[in-house]
Design a binder for this molecule. Structure first.
Ligand SMILES: Cc1cc2nc3c(=O)[nH]c(=O)nc-3n(C[C@H](O)[C@H](O)[C@H](O)COP(=O)(O)OP(=O)(O)OC[C@H]3O[C@@H](n4cnc5c(N)ncnc54)[C@H](O)[C@@H]3O)c2cc1C
Length: 464
């Protein structure tokens, strides 16, 4: 049985290895590990395994962060597989240290020198190659689907035939103007799945990280740990305006408001002793940008960081199209709710990758069709215009007026229909959700409302 896995981040690599170990012929499709958000992940993976910690505590923290619209069954299911995920990573010789992170009531963030993603992806990539996973370098342009059954994938114009396809192509932060994530995460496969009749879930929930540094050539994340070590947020007049240790959404909105008022915002880390030793990666980056954090305040801005929404799947990562599955940030089955708890994403990547291999082994879908399905070439068009639009109209603070104007403006943009469809989903579902919850903040509806305590689905129209 041939399985195609789209995406070479942690979710794709885990799926590929787990499938290969079950005897499948596996092909990974993508651009390599360095073009993934998994490679960039800093802090770590949340496993509730330290003495005294519990599944219940981790579940409670996850649902509290998700503002009570997480799918309870999914949350329990993912977290109860944490020990299996931990042991899978450890089996490759990876060793972690334990850290505390905001939102966790217990030290359960497993880190490797604050460059966790780089170490995980490098080791899994090597292991996948050693085991015999095939690799096709390129962009998956469209899914091959005939009569509600998957039969393959078009990669740079060529049709590759598969019995099953796993979408592991990440989220869509690349569809926002400012992100520290990779530009290839545009959500093309999410848009393509929607076009093929697979709904997306919770698209309006986009997590913004408060402290990004927008450099000349690159956007870099200045991690929470820097604020944790005592750095202060100040305006250009030197005024403090927020408790730096509040949650991400609160800090991001406070910075946004200062910027809307025309002020520049800085992270003043000059009081941190030994910045270079504590944050070597960030230090090296800033020095290249001509900033010495022990003397100079660091200019910061919120950036798009994580998309909670994605292709709607069930507990076993099935999409509803036979033979089509989705894992990692590309999908949503309600684990994160309205806001992701820090370090839960890498956990979900490993758990979903291991689980999808079990699902495919159970279902053993077979593609008997010899026909070639319709092909849609990826013609990006004016992606920049969509990025600017989503940043302006579906960014940190949203209003009915702004979202409505965004929907109108979107119609006039010449870009790939799948990217436009996904952008429409974000705008429409943000418009339909007349409340503020987690990462979704509506200026005109600033409170959480009981009647919206449910997920949204988008299949060309938003259902909420
Ligand atoms: C700077 C940063 C720091 C982070 N730190 C943490 C952390 O400490 N802990 C945590 O839990 N989470 C963290 N996150 C989030 C986490 O890294 C991601 O959610 C997670 O890595 C997603 O993994 P994935 O495998 O689903 O997707 P990705 O790792 O993003 O991989 C998706 C891959 O698919 C490829 N792709 C996309 N479209 C196509 C296509 N059409 N054809 C072929 N390939 C395609 C992309 O190029 C990419 O290589 C961080 C994110 C960022 C940006």
């Amino acid at each position: 049985m041939r399985v195609g896995v789209i995406g070479t981040g942690l979710a794709g690599l885990t799926s590929a290895i787990a499938l290969l170990k079950r005897g499948f012929d596996v092909t990974l499709i993508g651009h390599g590990i360095k073009s993934s958000n998994s490679y960039l992940a800093q802090a770590g993976v949340a496993f509730p395994l330290a003495e005294g910690d519990s599944l219940r505590a981790h579940v409670t923290d996850t649902i509290r962060a998700g503002k009570y619209i997480n799918d309870g069954e999914t949350v329990w299911s993912v977290i109860s597989k944490a020990s299996e995920a931990h042991d899978f990573l450890s089996s490759f010789g990876l060793r972690f240290e334990l850290e505390t992170e905001g939102g966790h009531s217990f030290p359960r963030v497993h880190t490797i020198k604050n460059e966790t993603g780089k170490h995980l992806t490098k080791v899994l990539w090597m292991r996948a190659k050693e085991l015999g996973v095939g690799f096709v370098r390129g962009t998956a342009e469209s899914l091959g689907i005939l009569g509600r059954k998957v039969c393959g994938v078009f990669v740079d114009g060529e049709f590759l035939r598969f019995d099953a396809v796993v979408i592991a192509s990440g989220g869509f932060t690349g569809l926002f103007q400012y992100t520290a994530g990779v530009g290839t995460n545009l959500g093309l496969m999410i848009g393509d799945a929607i076009l093929h009749g697979v709904p997306a879930r919770d698209l309006e929930f986009v997590q913004f990280h408060p402290t990004g540094y927008i450099g000349k050539n690159r956007v870099k994340l200045i991690s929470e740990a820097v604020r944790g070590a005592g750095a202060k947020l100040v305006t250009e007049d030197g005024e403090r305006f927020v408790n730096e240790l509040s949650t991400r959404d609160v800090v991001a909105r406070a910075i946004y408001r200062q910027m809307q008022a025309g002020k520049r915002v800085y992270l003043d880390a000059t009081g941190i002793e030994n910045f270079k030793k504590k944050f070597p990666q960030i230090y090296a980056f800033l020095r290249k940008e001509g900033i010495d954090p022990s003397k100079d305040p660091i200019p910061v801005s919120p950036i798009a960081h994580y998309t909670m929404g994605g292709i709607a799947v069930d507990l076993w990562y099935r999409t509803g199209v036979k033979g089509l599955y989705a894992v990692g940030e590309a999908m949503s089955n309600g684990f994160h709710g309205a806001n992701r708890l820090a370090s839960n994403s890498l956990l979900e990547c490993v758990v979903s990758g291991l689980e999808v291999a079990r699902t495919i082994a159970r279902e053993r879908p077979k593609n008997r069709s010899r026909r070639e399905p319709p092909y849609r070439a990826f013609e990006p068009g004016d992606v920049e215009a969509i990025r600017e639009l989503l940043w302006e109209h579906a960014g940190i603070v949203r209003t009915a007026e702004g979202l409505g104007a965004g929907l109108k403006r979107l119609e006039g943009i010449e870009a790939d229909e799948r990217l436009k469809l996904l952008a429409k989903g974000v705008l429409e579902c943000a418009l339909a959700r007349e409340e503020s919850r987690g990462s979704h903040y509506r200026w005109d509806f600033p409170a959480m409302r009981k009647e919206f305590e449910r997920p949204s689905f988008f299949n060309g129209r938003c259902r909420l």
